[in-house]
Design a protein around this ligand. Structure first.
Ligand code: G6P
Length: 493
């Protein structure tokens, strides 16, 4: 029997492909728009890589298959798995807890038990798919127990974990009844990556509070047989496929579409844009409150400024999300009712997702981009806006300091979304900002987003993983980083 095991296995809750059924009822798979798969595609192809994940619907009963040179290994989830592992423990316990309890987390033992069981299923599939001495890279909060499960069964593996969402301060994290098991699960990895330096610090502090392991900077010493093993816990801020986004925004059809969007909105003097999953972490209510008050104060005028709010449907069976949708739609309806005219609506609200081309056109059409998250691991929308505006160096990014992107995009208009008065002043400042200042701020952000694109991110992570595993210094300056920086510096000029 041929050995079809892989040298690189990625494990994430969702597969990097979406299942759609065509007009004849035939199921087909298309690559999902996320940056992760784009970044990993070349490495995955050359390593004969495999991807373990869920197909997004219950009980699909699918066999592994090949898609664009990547071996896809689907994990089956039943209705009960979805309720308890995905909607329950992942998105109603961990998600609110890790986002600083903006919504109250629910703790249920049956959800935890299912989280353990489903993590085991993902781990077993990765164990079966990994060649001897392979690298396995586990993604995100849904799968925090997988690293340890992998290590126990397969000590030959090199194991990476990346947490795409924040890691909370210990005072919050300590609420979790299973706080020690989660930390132990993560410490099965050789490298644990976080979005922000603060997240990595919160993690190492949690380790010190819960386990008798010593930590030095970003290195945790974990007992291993008679000796110890070094685990690196460090920030690797994720990014987007910057080049692809820049190219998209340069396309004449996309630019024409942007002009059309402006005309369709009645050619207002200024367009503001919000693009979010409909999630309570995104600060959509705060943004709407600020805009509503600006209209009420007469500092914004309906014929003059339009807010386009794209809110893509998300986790709609979780109660907190249903409640949020009702609140947002009530507020949008009120603002439009109070300040709309026959020819102009202050808010154009769209409760659906859009293809990348349309997103790029929306970015190009908008004078001000509003990212007002109360807490966000990174916020890739902020980076996409910058990449889309790298051609005309125009547009203003209003960015919450509570989004990971704020650590990198320092010349955005940084705001505290809880401070509604400050947010209103920042919005007015952004709407009136002179062209030269817009250009200066955007140029600095463009440089950053070009230097750290998603390919750079994954190469840096995988290099740190290789070094940690080989006992080399993972913190020494990396070839990958140096080479990449110098070439994009040139591109940025
Ligand atoms: C966040 C998480 C991802 C998740 C995505 C969409 O970005 O970090 O892991 O896939 O939200 O959420 P969903 O629940 O639809 O997968």
């Amino acid at each position: 029997m041929p050995d079809d095991r892989s040298d690189l296995v990625v494990v994430s809750n969702r597969l990097p492909v979406d299942r759609t059924v065509d007009a004849d009822g035939e199921p087909t798979w298309t690559q999902s728009p996320g940056g992760l798969v784009t970044a990993l595609e070349p490495v995955m192809r050359s390593a004969g890589g495999a991807w373990v994940g869920w197909g997004g619907q219950p009980d699909l009963g699918l066999e592994p298959f090949e898609h664009d040179g990547i071996r896809i290994i689907p994990i089956d989830l039943s209705e009960t798995d979805i309720e308890r592992y995905y909607e329950g423990f992942s998105n109603d316990t961990l998600w609110p807890l890790y986002h600083d309890v903006i919504a109250p987390p629910s703790y249920h033992r049956v959800w935890w038990e299912r989280y353990v069981a489903v993590n085991r299923r993902f781990a077993d599939a990765a164990i079966a798919a990994a060649a001897p001495d392979a690298t396995v890279w586990v993604q995100d909060y849904q799968l925090q127990l997988v690293p340890r499960m992998l290590r126990e069964a397969r000590p030959d593996l090199t194991i990476g974990f990346f947490n795409h969402i924040p890691f909370p301060a210990y005072g919050i994290y300590s609420q979790l009844p299973w706080r020690t098991q989660i930390i132990e699960g993560l410490l099965g990895a050789d490298v644990i990556g976080f979005q922000r330096v603060a997240d990595a610090g919160n993690f190492t502090r949690a380790v010190r509070r819960l386990l008798p392991y010593s930590t030095k900077g970003s290195i945790v010493s974990v007992p291993d047989g008679d000796g110890t093993r070094q685990v690196l816990a460090k920030a690797f801020p994720i990014s987007i496929d910057t080049g692809a986004f820049e190219e998209l925004a340069q396309r004449p059809d996309v630019q024409e579409r942007a002009a059309q969007i402006r005309r369709d909105l009645g050619s207002p003097r200024k367009i503001m844009l919000g693009v979010d999953r409909l999630d309570y972490t995104k600060g959509i209510r705060h943004r709407l409150k600020a805009f509503g008050e600006l209209l009420a104060d007469g500092r914004a005028d309906v014929g003059d400024v339009t807010l386009v709010q794209v809110a893509s449907p998300s986790r709609e069976r979780v109660e907190t999300y249903r409640h949020l949708r009702d609140e947002v739609e009530l507020t949008v309806g009120r603002i439009n009712g109070d300040y709309g005219t026959i020819s102009h609506q202050p808010i154009s609200y769209l409760h659906h997702g859009f293809p990348r081309e349309e997103m790029a056109a929306l970015y190009l059409a908008s004078d001000v981009m509003l990212v007002t998250a109360l807490r966000d691991g990174m916020n890739l929308v902020a980076k996409e806006y910058v990449a889309a505006r790298s051609g005309d160096l125009d547009g203003v990014l209003v960015l919450s300091e509570f989004a990971g992107a704020a650590d990198e995009l320092r010349t955005a208009v940084l705001i505290n979304p809880h401070d509604i008065t400050g947010l209103k002043d920042s919005i007015v400042g952004a709407l009136e900002m002179p062209r030269e200042e817009r250009r200066r701020r955007m140029r600095a952000m463009r440089k950053r987003v070009r230097e750290n694109d998603v390919e750079h991110w994954s190469a840096t992570f995988l290099e740190a993983l290789r070094r940690t595993r080989n006992g080399e210094d993972p913190l020494a300056p990396s070839e990958v980083v140096v080479r990449k920086n110098s070439s994009s510096d040139k591109a940025a000029r």
